[in-house]
Design a protein around this ligand. Structure first.
Ligand SMILES: O=P(O)(O)OC[C@H]1O[C@H](O[C@H]2O[C@H](CO)[C@@H](O)[C@H](O)[C@H]2O)[C@H](O)[C@@H](O)[C@@H]1O
Length: 269
């Protein structure tokens, strides 16, 4: 916490594997009430953004909190906070909107082609898409990857990345979670401030882009969520979402304590 003394903390949180547990069925990766409460409390004291590979709508439907930024599609769909009606959420940046028809098309093609592979699933994440193989027999993984690569040949404007038991296709624009983090710091008007401490918590390869940005800026804390040690640009680690929850709760307590202290100091002066 000493890094944070006198600084404004800005929280960036990944969703899957960070706030929610990894589940077999990607449509059932719900947020627990306890985690929702922890994020809600954090957002009272710190500006907070959730940056996810999922579509903004989907992650919002899981998190169900207003007053925070959401950046879905790996940061390609950034929406500002709202205090009341979530349908009013302001679109802040969508750098890949021209790709929407292409993503729709590829989702349909892949849904059709993967029908023959038991357990495979295609998730439409608005400006990108995910092919899931968590429920595919390991013997079928290579065939699925080959199929995705074959489809990709006809779409040179898309690129293939990998996540936790997923293959993802996304626009080959220079945009990622790191760029989204920088965009948000800029739009909050604090990108140049030395009195700001961005904290990014994430578990997946795509979160490394954000950790790298923090490392290069020499400002902020990257926290990787992992049970095993791995090569990362993050500086700290937490084991799993339950430790993330505990960290968020402690952060709030620390903030409440420092606010209490500064009130006391006012009286002493
Ligand atoms: O950036 P994130 O919020 O971490 O999103 C990355 C991907 O997360 C989801 O997939 C992962 O979680 C699923 C549910 O636990 C799991 O079944 C899957 O194997 C994981 O890779 C999401 O479904 C993807 O669309 C996201 O891109």
């Amino acid at each position: 916490m000493s890094d944070a003394e006198g600084k404004e903390i800005i929280m960036f949180l990944d969703y899957d594997g960070t706030l929610s547990l990894i589940t077999e069925d990607h449509d059932k990766a719900y947020l627990t009430d306890e985690m929702r409460e922890a994020v809600k409390e954090v957002a009272i004291y710190f500006k907070t953004a959730i940056i996810s590979g999922r579509s903004t709508d989907k992650v919002q439907s899981f998190v169900k909190l207003t007053g925070i930024h959401y950046a879905g599609s790996h940061g390609m769909d950034i929406k500002g906070p709202t205090n009341t009606d979530k349908t009013n959420q302001e679109v802040m940046f969508q750098p890949a909107s021209e790709y929407l028809p292409m993503i729709d098309e590829v989702v349909n093609i892949l849904k059709e082609k993967t029908k023959s592979i038991p357990g495979a699933a295609v998730e439409h994440n608005k400006f990108c898409l995910t092919v899931h193989f968590r429920r595919v027999d390991e013997k079928g993984w290579a065939a699925l990857a080959e199929l995705v690569e074959m489809v990709l040949i006809n779409y040179p404007k898309l690129r293939l990345t990998q996540g936790r038991k997923v293959l993802e296709l996304r626009p080959s624009i220079k945009w990622d979670k790191g760029k989204a983090l920088e965009f948000l710091l800029n739009s909050l008007g604090i990108a140049e401030s030395k009195d700001v401490l961005p904290v990014y918590i994430g578990d997946d390869r795509t979160d490394e882009d954000a950790f790298k940005v923090l490392r290069e800026r020499g400002q902020g804390l990257g926290i990787v969520v992992s049970k095993t040690s791995k090569e990362t640009n993050a500086s700290y680690s937490l084991q799993d979402p339950s430790e993330v929850q505990e960290f968020l709760k402690r952060l709030v307590k620390w903030k409440q304590h420092t606010l209490g202290q500064s009130k006391k100091n006012q009286f002493i002066r």
